[in-house]
Design a binder for this molecule. Sequence first.
Ligand SMILES: [Fe+2]
Length: 381
Amino acid sequence: MEGDKIREDILVDFLKPGMVLAGDLFSKEGIFIWPAKKPITQSVIDELKKKGIRELYYTKNINKDLSQNMPPMFSEEIKEEAKEAIDNILEQVKKDEKVNVEEVRNVIEKLFKEMISKLGKAAINLSIVKNYDEYTYTHLINVTILSMFFSKFLGASDFVIKEVGMGAILHDIGKVKIPTSILYKPGELTEEELKIIKKHPIIGYFAIKDEPTVSTYAKKIVLFHHERFDGNGYPLGLKFDRIGRYPQIVSLADVFDALTSERPYKPGMSIPQTLNFIMKKSGIYFEPLLAQKFIMEMSKLYGLPSPYAIGSFVLLNTGEKAVITQKDSEYTLRPTVLVIENALGKPDTKRKINLYLDSSRYIVRSITEIDEIEKLKIIMT
Ligand SMILES: [Fe+2]
């Protein structure tokens, strides 16, 4: 499959200056318009419009990971309903009207039922984005399904799972108040523009905070979905003990779907690359245990090997660095390790610890930095 290209149709209306396409752009008749990976200019767009050329296409590589022949996770019918519900609520937020969350809740109920009926039967097949204008909806639905699925895996009650779904589907509603010139600005944002974008969790929260039928779980997700484990997120800069696990679950799902999705201006990252990124941010952006569980569950779902290979190095919550020596199953989060560096960064006496028996210790992340690995290898010998 690798290297296979498919034709992707795109309307001239979806082109924005600065946009970079993953493949060469052609008119419907096959006339070459613009090269891949070069930012599109306003004058090209104007020229196309002047000539009355509306329909275009570009070629893109098939994302191998996501194009397996799995049945879709949710039906077109639900997707259409979700689209309409999202559209309506966004319109209400935009006009400062009182929001009606009932439509969205109905969608969550249906997604929940669909998820339960498919549990254990099929891997999560997040749909491939077909059209640029569908990206927003598809992304929101994917984040919602992933967050609900992961909450279920963590043992949350049906009530909590649905509230996580509510929070996930509503998490970015505040963005509707951010000028599109900033939201879709190609290139780097100024400090002032960043400040404006960073207001979207607060705007979203204020739109739903007085809704009696929306729980605190969902409200916290909207307000805290850009907070980070280490306290360096926004808008409040809270640490994990104040953020809680559910906003972090939505952050994980948001990052996973955003990075793996192909957009007209960027190819999708592969699933292993994306899980690697999450691994690097474990204990920084994400609460480590949640991040490790997410990575393990995704690896299992997509048939990838566990990141905890025998002989690989890990950082423990105690600050100790260890090598994995034994495990009782491929996807265990609690293998047996040999501690080779203590929390002070000094060589250890190589204590063997079975993490299954020592519940005070857990893995924060895999160590992937080459120089760090080299150093640990030297200590080991
Ligand atoms: Fe957001």
